[in-house]
Write a new protein. Sequence first.
Length: 230
Amino acid sequence: MKCQNCDAPVLIADEVCQSCGAKLLHRRVVVLGVPNAGDFALRAEEPASDLDEPAEAGGWDFPARAETPPKTFDMAARSEATAEPRWGGFFRRAGAFFIDLIIIVLLSALMGVMAYIGYRVGLTAHNRAISWSNAAPLLSFLTVAWMGLATTYFVVFHGMEGKTIGKWLLGLRVVGAGGTPITYRRGLLRWIAAVGLGVASLGLAFLWILWQREKRGWHDFLARTWVIRE
């Protein structure tokens, strides 16, 4: 028989290991080699702490779990989140477009003056002057340039921030479904629809904003956009 602690040989009658001093577990011999449930049981008078590992000084000291405060719901904030947004009305949107139109006209005038000077210098180099007979290329160039300037202005500003300078001054923003920002592609679709439907309907596409509940024009329906007030 060996000590369960240091594997030193001990006698069956020994109560304590002569080598390490540990108390011995008494085992009973089982006939025919059949194990018994009580083979490894402790005596009643032996304390269970003798087999336990002693606690080390300075062990882990886990901090007490901080109690999470109960969640509280701000009903005012919740009602504001679920409230219907303020739509941009017809007159406010018309005012924003008028401001944008002034900016585009000023930029177009500057571009026209520069194009006129360049065209005139080019004709002077060939000993020619500007007249109605040779002004057609200049007018064609300015028409295409003005259309490109207006398209770039509205598409870029709506794609970046959802608002042009006029909308920014009057607190308006163009958004998609759920208040998400629109892309440049949707901004281009909205501009093409605004020009095409506005001309085809003789302005009815914009007047539709007056009595529509969400203040949307036909181009807003086609591009799936909304104009809200911030």
